[in-house]
Write a protein that binds this ligand. Structure first.
Ligand code: F6P
Length: 499
């Protein structure tokens, strides 16, 4: 039924759908929240008839979305290959059910308050004042996104070191005074090669500058592996824990957000958690057809699995969200990038599309040529902030006008007939018919960022339920790590790399 509807939908003219009376009203959803917070989703440029949402909702019901959602929030095993729950909603709950989450949030908050008050002395007894976060993937992208989006004049300076090649570490150390620097070693497994390599180099730098006792006072750590942290030499009062049942790419809500607590402060982080909690309640309580996470998940499934787009674009029109594409790339592609379902059986149909993203203005000078005129259709999520709040409101408004123009051009195209007198008409024509969402946040504050991240976490969960995949494991990244660690498996080129 849905496949037949999709075959028909491929033939519809998106510009005609857009021009239907009441289109915006019928295909947009506004969520209002306390203190003037709001999110508006305009999905009128999606390839949908009035019948499509009902068909997608019926599919979600048939695929057991209600029960899956209840299991997630009840802390049941929703990650069968690792026999774990997924506790990221609990990690942001006002009163987590999981005692470790409660205990560690209190410790992280207290440590952040002391650090920001200048009451955490280093080995030389001077207060520690700057942070270097050492971690990768979910142990890096969340804190990097929050500090980039929410940092202000009151934030404590923070650097991020993730890559194995030593360049980020060298740059961070070049602008750090050892006596005032706190390293946060963030690694859920405490076995990630990139993170441990950077950590050893940082420890060597500290010891050389301040002596053997320095690391214990200058290196904090966050992990699910308490024994490994202790064995590495992390002092008990500098060791913070997260449960195994909080996935790395879902861990910003847990103690893995430590560097953001240290840089941004507890008030900011508690507001961030509140925004995530609000989205949880909305996901749980809104009727299926009026829930923003459900809608986004259904639309993504429609575009990627039924209309078979191989690429999805994530285009934030706000420089403060420049790390959002990288963050959602990990969330979406490590969660949904699978070819077997939760039972290990081959997936039917198309899986998740590749996620490509960059800040919107820059996109207009790079990937939008492909998006507007390339041979393959894609779908785009434009994300913007209505009240930019900055010193240049007219420029902010112009950026949003450009975003709307991009969405209109994707949807309506530029027919050759409209430029028939132009000798280059065939080169300048745009096919159109390319769908997009416009997601407008009222403003960019901790609450809205929390709501946005939780929105996409639940969108991924909805899409995983429709696909039948387990969004909480990531076996696909393990083998290459083993290959890299096994000298016998090195290809010939590897021999050239040894200096
Ligand atoms: O890429 C695999 C992965 O385990 C991610 O899921 C995770 O966020 C990242 O590596 C870092 O892992 P850890 O926090 O254990 O160092």
């Amino acid at each position: 039924m849905l496949a037949k509807h999709a075959a028909e939908a491929r033939e519809w003219r998106l510009d005609e759908l857009l021009d239907a009376p009441g289109r915006f009203g019928d295909f947009s959803l506004r969520c209002d929240a306390p203190r003037g917070a709001a999110l508006l989703l305009d999905f009128s440029r999606q390839r949908l008839s009035g019948e499509t949402p009902g068909l997608l909702k019926a599919l979600a019901e048939a695929r057991g979305l209600d029960a899956a959602r209840a299991a997630l929030f009840a802390g049941e095993v929703v990650n069968p290959s690792e026999n774990r729950a997924a506790l990221h909603p609990d990690a942001r709950a006002a009163n987590p059910v999981n005692a470790l989450l409660t205990e560690q949030r209190e410790r992280v908050g207290a440590f952040a308050r002391r650090f920001r008050a200048g009451e955490v002395p280093g080995a030389g007894s001077r207060p520690l004042t700057r942070v270097v976060n050492i971690g990768i993937g979910g142990s890096d992208l969340g804190v990097r996104l929050l500090c980039s989006a929410l940092g202000d004049a009151n934030s404590r300076p923070v650097d991020f070191v993730a890559e194995m090649d030593g360049v980020e570490l060298e740059r961070a150390l070049s602008r750090s005074d050892p006596a005032e620097t706190l390293f946060v070693l963030c690694s859920k497994s405490f076995s990630t090669a990139e993170t441990l390599a950077n950590a050893y180099s940082a420890r060597h730098w500290l010891t050389a500058a301040l002596g053997e006792d320095a690391p214990a006072r200058h290196i904090a750590a966050v992990s699910a592996n308490a024994e490994a942290m202790a064995a590495w030499g992390i002092a008990p009062d500098m060791a913070f824990l997260m449960p195994d049942a909080v996935g790395g790419r879902y861990s910003i809500w847990s103690a893995a957000g430590l560097s953001a607590w240290l840089s941004l402060g507890s008030a900011c982080m508690n507001e961030f958690l509140d925004g995530g909690r609000w989205m949880d309640r909305h996901f749980l309580e809104a009727p299926l057809e009026a829930g923003m996470p459900v809608l986004l998940g259904l639309l993504a499934f429609w575009n990627q699995s039924l209309l078979e787009h191989s690429t999805q674009l994530l285009l934030p029109y706000d420089t403060r969200l420049k790390w959002l594409p990288a963050y959602l790339q990990q969330l979406e592609m490590e969660s949904l990038g699978k070819s077997v379902d939760a039972h290990g059986l081959p997936l039917k149909g198309k899986g998740v599309a590749a996620l490509l993203g960059v800040t919107g203005s820059s996109a207009q000078h790079s990937i939008m040529q492909w998006a507007q005129q390339g041979a393959r259709a894609s779908s785009a999520d434009f994300i913007a902030v209505r009240d930019g709040g900055g010193a240049y409101p007219r420029m902010h408004s112009e950026a949003l006008r450009q975003m709307l123009a991009q969405a209109e051009a994707l949807a309506r195209g530029l027919p050759q007939s409209a430029i028939a007198s132009d000798p280059l008409a065939s080169h300048k024509a745009l096919p159109g018919g390319r769908p997009s969402n416009l997601l407008l946040l009222e403003r960019l504050d901790p609450w809205h960022l929390g709501a946005l991240i939780a929105l996409y976490e639940h969108k991924v969960f909805v899409q995983a339920t429709l696909l039948g995949v387990n969004p909480f494991d990531q076996w696909g990244v393990e083998h290459a790590k083993r290959l890299a660690a096994d000298p016998l498996s090195q290809p010939p080129l590897a021999k050239l790399l040894d200096d």
